[in-house]
Design a protein around this ligand. Structure first.
Ligand SMILES: [Zn+2]
Length: 186
């Protein structure tokens, strides 16, 4: 189970946290903690690859930073090229000589998908280059409403966040830990 891998590698923490957004939550996900271990990354992406058996795609593209290792490992296990986009002056772009051919089927690779913001920015770039995006792959699917593109997540996780004044953990007098990662804002 992917959820066990997340816990074993401390990529999923449980407790009481102050997020960089200022909100409080009872769980915190940082996929880099899992992906730092190549054997865990291999297992996690392997679970997702099982779900992709009937999906026809030519290339994987992950938005940096979170999507880079996921893209690489997915490409390694499926024998497809693994590209990444990066943010330049606020815009998500394909650089470094990476190319998308007209009509190529593309899978987007992410660590976590919440609102799909970085995925959609990547989709826009891929489509402007003539590619056709067929889905989004992620380790943790945190979406709370359906996106207009299929999401193939390793595990589904709904993490509630609270303003301090409404936080049930604060009300119970549990002290919080401060965590900093822009990752959570996605
Ligand atoms: Zn709180």
């Amino acid at each position: 189970m992917l959820i066990d891998l997340l816990k074993e590698t401390e990529a999923l923490l449980e407790g009481h946290f102050l997020l960089s957004s200022g909100k409080h939550s009872d769980r915190y996900v940082q996929c880099a903690k899992l992906l730092q271990h190549p054997d865990s990354a291999e297992k996690a992406i392997g679970i997702i690859v099982e779900k992709l058996k009937d999906i026809d795609f030519d290339v994987v593209v992950g938005p940096a930073m979170g999507g880079v290792i996921v893209s690489y490992e997915l490409g390694r296990q499926t024998g497809k090229p693994a590209l990444f986009t990066e943010r330049v002056e606020g815009k998500m772009v394909l650089r470094r000589g990476f190319k998308i051919e007209e009509g190529q089927k593309v899978l987007i690779a992410e660590d976590v998908v919440t609102t799909g913001k970085s995925s959609y920015e990547t989709i826009q770039e891929i489509e402007s280059l003539g590619g056709e995006v067929v889905g989004i792959v992620c380790i943790v699917d945190r979406t709370t409403k359906a996106l207009d593109i299929p999401v193939y997540g390793g595990t589904k996780l709904e993490i509630d966040t609270y303003d301090e004044e409404n936080c049930p953990l604060c009300k119970s007098g549990i002290p919080y830990k401060k965590l900093g990662s822009r990752n959570l804002k996605k």
